[in-house]
Design a protein around this ligand. Structure first.
Ligand code: GAR
Length: 188
């Protein structure tokens, strides 16, 4: 049995898709959802999906107790699915090369602090980029700079808006994130 924890801060569409993808796979269990934002719609999604939610405060998140709690879950992978806090070094040390993030741009461009969600798409459209995409990468101590596992591309149209680009990126995320997680769990 492979054990997953999914960290979220917002809407939770990636959480939903991952949970649905593994629903009938009895070799994968989403042990919990860790959430830092009491207003996140992802909490409702997790409840409907029957996955326990562990809310965390900022102080708790970097505490030794939380890191120990997570280490005790014996996870095979921690998945950051729209999670917006930096991961404490202690957790990265507890799960080396076992924490992955999805970023809604082609890193190393449009990464780092402040580049998340729609802010990324606004910057990409403003710069009139020809391409954008998604990056799935391992997490290290520096925002959006861990080793890249997969990138997928889409093109921007002349009339592209941040919203229309977000929809394209969303499709790429839905298509590639669960299957990449599966590959990491079983074939890496
Ligand atoms: C996703 O587009 C994800 O790539 C992005 O937040 C969104 C979360 O959506 N992550 C980042 O920007 C991380 N820097 P969701 O809550 O609906 O899954």
């Amino acid at each position: 049995m492979k054990r997953l924890s999914i960290f979220v801060s917002g809407n939770g569409t990636n959480l939903q898709r991952i949970a649905e993808y593994f629903k009938d796979n009895h070799d994968v269990e989403i042990v919990n959802v860790v959430c830092n934002n009491p207003k996140a719609y992802a909490i409702e999604r997790a409840k409907k999906l029957g996955i326990p939610v562990r809310m965390v405060t900022k102080a708790e998140f970097s505490s030794a107790d939380f890191i120990e709690e997570m280490a005790g879950l014996k996870l095979d992978l921690i998945v950051l699915a729209g999670f917006l806090w930096k991961i404490p070094a202690g957790l990265i040390e507890a799960y080396p090369r076992h924490i992955v993030n999805i970023h809604p741009a082609l890193l190393p461009k449009y990464g780092g602090k402040g580049f998340y969600g729609e802010h990324v798409h606004e910057a990409v459209v403003a710069a009139k980029e020809a391409f954008s995409g998604i990056t799935i990468h391992y997490v290290n101590e520096i925002y959006d700079s861990g080793e890249i596992i997969l990138q997928a591309y889409t093109t921007l149209d002349q009339k592209e808006t941040p919203d229309s680009l977000a929809a394209k990126i969303h499709q790429l995320e839905q298509a590639y994130f669960p299957v990449t997680i599966q590959q990491l769990l079983f074939w890496s």
